[in-house]
Design a binder for this molecule. Structure first.
Ligand code: 5AD
Ligand code: SF4
Length: 445
């Protein structure tokens, strides 16, 4: 075991990819905290570097190898430096990582990082540690609980992991495994603990979060039920959740958007394409029309909801006509925010075997789609000017006396005010909209 009485060792964690990785990185740092590590903001003075990786697109995975290359000098200068790779690249590539970069000491998948303390002890003995199991035990139950230290006003909380949907382009069902929900009482306990430590807004996370079906009261709770219970926690002011699948938006969850004040009017609901032919080939099991009908019902429950989505262009065999269907769907929905990507071939997924779209054609489509999405985002932000918003103050801004926070619709809002407002929800009037944020002035009560 590590000697925790000596000077703390320094841990540098670099996180790539989705919000779930952000959450996992926090938990990994906590687990290593028990081994005598404290976090450092730079790799230069670290005793251990841990990369928490993303495998969703080829570029994301390749970034890891170039980042590892950069640490060669550090390792040469300090042979005691330990380097670990965690997350989805670790899961997907396992030993291959060590063959490509022999200086890597530790490889740990997203389902086995509760074993990090033992793995750390092993690498300190000069051995290599590799664990990409999908263990039976619940990693969260084995992880050290969060220390009671004060936290910022917003936090992520993973409630569900993995995915059984098997979209034809996606590695998640392979890297994160089958869909699993955490028991509701553990989620509630973690939420209460976060609130005690100063958190006012919690974003519930899952690769397929609205498929949540956590054990509770001898049965199972849906995400809607979990949200309704969380809303009863005093001091928790805002609840969000991400990422959802259209097929799991059940009636109760839609109703919750109209009924639960603490549930914020923002929904990330990826559709990927507007062409039924492509949706079918993507194995999405919904159509453009069923998605649009769903949006109509959600908007009926919560008219001011801001919608966000994910799109893939250049999926194998996508034609100009298919792409036009995507543009048409976007025009009908009017998104407030969106993420759009060029299809990236992922080895081992069904779509990787199919005839690929020309790279230039895909780039051109991405540009056109992004132009439309940006225009919609700008219009929706512009329409906020003059309106009153509620801003959860998160941190000081870059300018003196400036604060940055989030509106109900997840817009970043800049306003002037004292830092003592951090963690509070204030009323403000929007004065200006710029590319990715709003400016506002504080309203006195
Ligand atoms: N290529 C491009 N984008 C992808 N995504 C998932 N897999 C791929 C891929 N192979 C996108 C989807 C998903 C988001 C998280 O990443 O749009 O919703
Ligand atoms: Fe991947 Fe999401 Fe499809 Fe699951 S639902 S396979 S995580 S894109």
């Amino acid at each position: 075991m590590a000697d925790t009485k000596t000077a703390p060792k320094k841990l540098f964690v670099k996180t790539y990819g989705c919000q779930m990785n952000v959450y996992d990185s926090e938990r990994m740092a906590e687990a290593l905290g028990g081994q005598g590590y404290v976090e450092t903001q730079t790799p230069d003075d670290a005793d251990m570097i841990l990369l928490n990786t993303c495998h969703i697109r080829e570029k994301a995975a390749e970034k890891i190898y170039s980042e590892l290359g950069r640490y060669k000098g550090l390792k040469a200068a300090n042979p005691d430096l330990k380097i670990g790779v965690a997350g989805c690249v670790a899961q997907a590539e396992g030993e291959e990582i060590v063959s490509r970069q022999p200086m890597v000491d530790l490889v740990v998948g997203p389902q086995s990082y509760h074993r990090l303390p033992e793995m750390e002890a092993k690498i300190r003995e000069g051995k290599r540690a590799l664990d990409t199991d999908f263990p039976e035990e619940d990693k969260f139950a084995h992880l050290k609980s969060r220390p009671k230290a004060k936290r910022g006003p917003t936090a992520f909380l993973t409630v569900q992991e993995g995915c059984d949907k098997f979209c034809a382009f996606c590695v998640v069902p392979y890297t994160r495994g089958a869909e699993v929900s955490r028991p509701a009482d553990r989620v509630l306990a973690e939420a209460r603990d976060l609130v005690e430590r100063g958190v006012a807004e919690i974003t519930l996370l899952g690769q397929n979060v609205n498929a949540y079906h956590g054990a509770a009261d001898g049965g199972e709770w849906s995400l809607a039920r979990l949200i309704r219970e969380l809303a009863k926690v005093d001091g928790l002011e805002r609840i969000r959740y991400t990422t959802s699948h259209p097929n799991d938006m059940d009636d109760d969850l839609i109703a919750a958007h109209g009924e639960v004040d603490k549930l914020m009017p923002y929904l990330h609901l990826p559709v990927q394409s507007g062409s039924d032919r492509i949706l079918k080939r993507m194995n999405r099991s919904h159509t453009a029309e069923s998605y649009l009908k769903l949006i109509e019902r959600i908007r009926a429950a919560r008219p001011d909801i801001l919608l966000s989505g994910d799109f893939i262009v250049g999926f194998p065999e996508e034609t100009d006509a298919d792409f036009d269907d995507t543009l048409e769907l976007v025009r009908q929905v009017r998104y407030g925010q969106c993420y759009s990507f060029k299809y990236s071939t992922r080895p081992g997924t069904p779509a990787a075997e199919r005839s690929q779209v020309d790279a230039d054609v895909a780039s051109d489509r991405l540009q056109r789609l992004q132009a439309l999405l940006n225009q919609q985002q700008t219009e929706i932000q512009q329409a906020m000017v003059g309106k009153e918003v509620q801003v959860l103050i998160e941190r000081p801004g870059r300018l003196d006396g400036q604060l940055v926070g989030k509106s109900q619709h997840l817009h970043a809002v800049h306003l002037d005010g004292p830092i003592s407002l951090k963690g509070q929800i204030v009323r403000a009037r929007v004065t200006e909209s710029s590319t990715n944020s709003l400016a506002a002035t504080l309203l006195e009560d």
